[in-house]
Write a protein that binds this ligand. Structure first.
Ligand SMILES: Cc1cc2nc3c(=O)[nH]c(=O)nc-3n(C[C@H](O)[C@H](O)[C@H](O)COP(=O)(O)OP(=O)(O)OC[C@H]3O[C@@H](n4cnc5c(N)ncnc54)[C@H](O)[C@@H]3O)c2cc1C
Length: 397
């Protein structure tokens, strides 16, 4: 029997955990997603079960209490979660990037302090680069940390679009530290900012104003963050050395791109499943619409896109796991998976006819979720910049 998005060569553990997550999604996520989405309710019960399944520690090394799994395992689990509801995958996305950055770039003390608590989900990560005036142009960051005589830093400025901004307790924030470097991106530093959950001035000098109202991706909180005289210590600098923030964040974004690819695959698979079912149930002109060639061809096109996206995503994850540079593979996967996801949800929507526009049908949610994947972790244009720059250099005449 042909099934889409299968992955060859998985270990026994990978097969088992992906199947467990799939069953969890079918039983707990899909039946509740529409209601939680429409009421913009945080999926606390689902998050608690994800903690019990150790999903917050999937990629955290075993010595720190995590499962020590690969990026591929993580991405396949995310694909399953996003198949159920993209917001649920968003809950672990920024957490996973921050844990990855601490694992790769943190000092020993930072790893000891944060990773065990992150593995259980007790500490939850958010990732903050964007500001009101910039997203793609990261080197233009304006939020500033000024060093004080006692070695602490005072941070002032405004950050934008923090996924999990209110529900997280640890924010990796990229700010300007003015190292005197000529290239702007060498003047940036990542700070690990601890805070309680919630909104308002949660610690002196740090305010999370409230949830931003979005087109889709509901339930999960996306916020601004305002630093106004916030005091950070030198121990809060990721890796203990200033001026390294841009590289550390870009490393995080690179695995984040595989993660967004996996989310796009999950949303695309669900859009396909809904379409292939509906097309066999809905009748027009005396037969199921699947028997009209125009619809059958759409099914074929959607399936091919779903399959191609899955293969690109798996390839990018495996490349990273092998220790090879994967900026081009991750950029290509992110670009293609998100564009295909958009096309497949649009095709599924059309197959649903008027019902696709009804809030009773799941496809309307996927139609609102898919566009975010074209933007998050760098837009398609930014991916094309990355891909073309590298290839023009590697294929230089
Ligand atoms: C729901 C949501 C959640 C988010 N979560 C986070 C988060 O957790 N942390 C975080 O840091 N950020 C987050 N973001 C921000 C996101 O990463 C940015 O929105 C994204 O990087 C694009 O930046 P921008 O919105 O400033 O668009 P801009 O950079 O202003 O781009 C506007 C347009 O110009 C195009 N463009 C820009 N530069 C170029 C160029 N050089 N060549 C060609 N075209 C170009 C872009 O592709 C786009 O079409 C989130 C955004 C959303 C909507």
């Amino acid at each position: 029997m042909t099934r889409l998005a299968q992955t060859l060569g998985l270990t026994e553990f990978q097969t088992e955990i992906v199947s467990t997550v799939r069953q969890f999604v079918d039983k707990e996520v899909i039946p509740t997603a529409q209601e939680l989405e429409h009421s913009d309710t945080y999926p606390q019960a689902i998050v608690d079960q994800m903690k019990d399944m150790d999903l917050f520690g999937l990629m955290i090394p075993e010595e720190y209490g995590g499962l020590g799994e690969s990026l591929l395992t993580y991405a396949l689990c995310v694909e399953e979660l996003a198949r159920g509801w993209m917001s649920v995958s968003g809950v672990i996305n920024t957490h996973f990037i921050v844990a990855y950055m601490i694992r790769q770039h943190g000092t020993d003390a930072q790893k000891q302090k944060f990773l065990p608590r992150m593995a259980t989900g007790e500490t939850r990560g958010a990732f903050s680069m964007s500001e009101p005036e910039l997203g793609s142009d990261v080197a233009a960051i304006r939020t500033r940390a000024k060093k004080n005589d006692d070695g602490t830093y005072t941070i002032d400025g405004q950050k934008m679009w923090l996924t999990n901004g209110g529900s997280s307790t640890l924010v990796a924030a990229l700010v300007r530290t003015d190292e005197g470097a000529e290239k702007p991106h060498r003047n940036l530093t990542a700070f690990l900012v601890e805070k309680p959950t919630g909104f308002g001035e949660v610690v002196p000098g740090l305010t999370i104003p409230g949830k931003l109202d979005k087109l889709g991706y509901k339930g999960i909180d996306t916020t601004e963050l305002i630093f106004d005289g916030y005091r950070a210590s030198a121990d809060d600098v990721l890796g203990g050395v200033t001026g390294q923030g841009f590289f550390q964040m870009m490393d995080g974004v690179e695995v984040g791109r595989v993660n967004v690819s996996a989310r796009a695959c999950g949303v695309g698979i669900r859009a396909f499943e809904l379409a292939v079912r509906y097309a066999q149930q809905r009748e027009t002109f005396g037969k199921p619409i699947a028997e009209h060639q125009a619809i059958a061809f759409q099914i074929a096109e959607m399936a091919t896109k779903v399959e191609a996206a899955h293969l690109m995503m798996v390839n990018a994850a495996r490349l990273k796991d092998s220790g090879e540079r994967n900026d081009v593979a991750a950029g290509m996967a992110k670009f293609m998976c998100s564009e295909f996801c958009s096309e497949v949800t649009q095709q599924s929507f059309r197959i649903h006819g008027g019902y696709g526009y009804s809030k009773e049908y799941e496809i309307e949610r996927l139609m609102r979720d898919a566009p975010f994947l074209l933007i998050g972790e760098g837009t398609s244009e930014i991916q094309k910049n990355i891909i073309s720059k590298r290839l023009l250099s590697d294929y230089r005449v």
